[in-house]
Write a protein that binds this ligand. Structure first.
Ligand code: SIN
Length: 347
């Protein structure tokens, strides 16, 4: 009898030990692989913050997650990355806010020209109740926004000398996949051509387009300044990102993993927003030092011409975005920005 009990206890302990160690060993051997894909270079705010997220996530969740970061459109370019996320071929992406308008019209608020006077104003709006609600505005489409990441202010560049909208009349500009930007180029008398980020350098070099608009960090890291003559500091909009995940994948993660990833993402966001201005300032200086493209500051009168030209864009998009949302965003950039003007009615 005693021997039987001893055997039974031995068997139970053997089972418990192998189950326990077997389970933890297999958990260690099979971390959840998380692919994070983006389209910019590593030495940019987004590139560096993506690597910071990997470091933090793997430190917080040792053996439980492995984050693989793919920069420079290596895994998916921006024409495909949102579809790939919905198919769970990639788990985290962080596209420019201009690239979501197929999923929600409200997010177009971020593309309205001269709406935010600087990155700080955009950040304050992103942290407001209205800004946070936009992170959740695509859940019915299967996308959850975790955080906003800043890059910086956008400026125009072309292969000719220019100062005011009249100087770019008839020129072709590469734009992101944004209807607001298409309308903006029209308002300036130019043409916008939607194009993936990875194709821009070649399009500028070969003259497929005459110009583009972007942050200093993106221009420098992609060498756009080597194939453009003039960069004018128009500060016409922000280029910020939304870090998004596939809702089904995210909600299906073990609770402790989801919590650790959310914390790592919050910390990576703080890091991103701390370095973004600095990276853009460095890039601007490097462009100026290179002596390739000329960087031009506008006079107040010249800037006023750009601002005056954008009224039709507000008129066109106010209904889709919502006047209240525009007002909520404008609040952080007092004095008031351009007001929507009703287009003249034809008689
Ligand atoms: C990016 O910063 O992610 C790319 C922006 C662009 O397409 O111009």
């Amino acid at each position: 009898m005693f021997k039987k009990i001893t055997n039974l206890l031995t068997a139970i302990s053997f089972f418990a030990v192998t189950t326990l160690f077997g389970f933890s060993a297999s958990a260690q051997q099979t971390p959840i692989v998380i692919k994070l894909s983006h389209v910019v270079a590593e030495n940019t705010p987004k590139g560096l913050a993506s690597l910071k997220f990997k470091e933090l996530a793997e430190k917080k969740l040792p053996g439980k997650v492995q984050v693989q970061v793919f920069p420079n459109s290596q895994l998916f370019g921006d024409a495909k990355e949102l579809e790939a996320l919905l198919l769970n071929d990639v788990q985290i992406i962080n596209p420019s806010l201009s690239k979501f308008d197929r999923y929600t019209k409200k997010i177009q608020v971020f593309d309205l020209p001269f709406l935010f006077k600087d990155s700080k104003a955009a950040n304050a709006f992103q942290n407001s109740a209205e800004g946070k609600a936009l992170l959740k505005s695509m859940e019915d489409k299967g996308l959850i926004g975790l955080e906003y990441w800043a890059n910086g202010m956008r400026h125009f560049s072309t292969n000719k000398d220019f100062r005011v909208p009249a100087d770019i009349k008839g020129l072709k500009f590469r734009i992101q996949a944004s209807d607001v930007y298409e309308s903006l180029m029209k308002a300036f008398g130019a043409n916008g051509q939607k194009m993936a980020f990875a194709e821009v350098y070649q399009a500028l070099q070969t003259g497929v387009v005459d110009g583009q608009e972007n942050t200093f960090s993106n221009m420098y890291s992609q060498k756009f300044h080597e194939v453009q003559k003039t960069i004018v500091e128009t500060n016409h909009g922000i280029l910020d990102y939304m870090v998004v995940v596939n809702a089904k994948w995210w909600n299906g993660l073990p609770a402790d993993v989801r919590k650790g990833l959310a914390e790592a993402m919050k910390e990576a966001t703080i890091y991103n927003n701390k370095i973004s201005q600095e990276k853009n300032d460095e890039a601007k200086k490097a462009i100026m030092d290179s002596g390739k493209a000329k960087v031009v500051k506008l006079t107040d009168a010249q800037l006023a011409e750009w601002k005056k030209a954008v009224a039709p864009v507000y008129a066109q998009f106010e209904k889709d975005i919502g006047a209240d949302l525009i007002k909520a965003a404008q609040k952080y950039s007092q004095p008031a920005q351009p007001k929507a003007e009703k287009p003249a009615t034809k008689k």
